[in-house]
Design a binder for this molecule. Structure first.
Ligand SMILES: [Zn+2]
Length: 415
């Protein structure tokens, strides 16, 4: 199975927007840009929303059928580990192996020294095409990296083989993710991580490193854009080098997680992809639910009142909703509008505060981030919410498609 040069991961909490999401991919293909759609959902998200992996498969299949999509598409078991993989085996054909928890834990000493010996030939000055500086590699450095990452990659190998036994090798896409760690990986770490991935026999097609800066949910990148651009280009260079040196899959590419709305890094990403003629998987999630709220707000009066109820509920349960996301949101609580103020808003005013348009005066990143993590409130509304999605399908779909196509796909892959 081939993922294709460009692929785009979408998340859909309530499972109603598959067609609207696919429409954005179709819009790109009509402009000559081929992107493989991937529907991703993690175990945590399934647990909160009370959905099953099979529902994501059904949604993807139905969207593809309804819109007559003839190219490939995938269903991604996002951030899974050995403890929950079995739930996803039947429905998924893309697996994001999350081994961040194992980074920094000690591997077997024999494995560490075997790895260090095997890669001794890289000791000394190493030049990687596409990176200006040369690296001085020492034995201690290789040994230190092995100590830090080998156990994690061995764990990825176990998960991979478990899936391969059930589905057959070659019948699914494998991603290795290490984005949920404290520090970005250096180019040299990335190189030896990829060596370990190859040694484990994992035919990884995407790898998700941690980048510098904050990737807060649903809002723009916060950090040093120039440093990000440097890391991104270095990762592209290291991947191309590692494919040749370690015999990894030819189509191995970088995956950027929490990719929703990172507008300020899209331009450097776009440039780097062209410069290196490289592929990319961008994983977005959570913002389709915000487009649902925007569509509902514009569908006054009943849609707007549901959107307002969602906000009032979110504000009253601020701590509970924000706690699980503490490291990936930055909300200035005292700047949030009160429910009484929001209650007086028109649909356009609500949509303007929520929509991620930085040129709009009404745009409110605090309001947006709180609603981003507040989908549990809509889960609790049950059919009141999902019936409203169905009643106002058209206006919601327009917003979902436009968000993905205009604000994400175009700046990253086109323009
Ligand atoms: Zn991730």
């Amino acid at each position: 199975m081939i993922l294709g040069k460009y692929s785009f991961g979408v998340g859909d909490r309530f499972g109603h927007q598959g067609k609207a999401q696919l429409q954005a991919i179709i819009n790109a293909s009509e402009q000559g840009v081929n992107i493989t759609p991937v529907w991703n959902k993690s175990h945590r998200e399934h647990t909160i929303i009370k959905t099953t992996p099979a529902s994501v498969r059904a949604e993807a299949d139905e969207a593809v059928r309804a819109l007559g999509w003839n190219d490939s598409y995938y269903v991604d078991a996002d951030h899974i580990g050995l403890n929950n993989i079995d739930l996803f085996i039947d429905s998924s054909d893309f697996f994001t192996l999350d081994v961040a928890d194992f980074i920094g834990k000690a591997a077997d000493e024999n494995d560490v020294s075997a790895f260090t010996n095997k890669y001794k030939k890289y000791i000394g000055s190493l030049a990687i095409p596409g990176i200006d500086e040369t690296f001085d590699i020492t034995e201690e450095q290789i040994n230190g990296i092995a100590r830090k990452v080998l156990l994690a990659i061995e764990e990825a190998g176990k998960i991979y083989r478990h899936i391969a036994e059930a589905k057959g090798a070659g019948n699914f896409i494998t991603e290795v993710s290490m984005d949920e760690t404290d520090k970005p990986q250096t180019p040299v770490e990335m190189l030896f991580i990829l060596a370990a991935v190859a040694d484990e026999g994992i035919p990884a097609q995407t790898i998700a490193p941690k980048f510098t800066g904050r990737f807060n949910k649903g809002v723009d990148y916060v950090g040093d854009v120039a440093q990000f651009a440097k890391e991104f280009e270095e990762d592209l260079a290291v991947i191309a080098f590692a494919i040749r040196k370690f015999g990894l899959p030819q189509d191995l590419k970088l995956s950027v997680h929490s990719g929703s709305d990172k507008f300020s890094i899209y331009e450097p990403m776009n440039k780097a992809l062209k410069k290196f003629d490289a592929g990319l998987h961008i994983k977005t999630a959570g913002t389709t639910w915000l487009e649902e709220l925007i569509g509902l707000a514009l569908a006054a009066p009943d849609g707007l009142s549901i959107a307002k109820r969602a906000y009032a509920g979110a504000l009253s349960r601020f701590d509970e909703l924000c706690a699980p996301y503490a490291t990936v949101i930055d909300i200035e609580k005292d700047k949030l509008p009160s429910p009484q103020v929001v209650d007086r808003w028109s649909g356009d005013e609500f949509a303007g505060a929520l929509r991620h348009d930085q040129s709009c005066d009404r745009y409110d990143p605090n309001f947006r981030q709180l609603l981003h993590v507040a989908y549990k409130i809509a889960v609790e509304m049950g059919e009141v919410y999902t019936n409203a999605l169905e009643r106002h399908e058209e206006i919601i779909a327009q917003n979902v498609t436009e968000n993905i196509y205009e604000r994400h796909i175009k700046p990253i892959f086109m323009e």
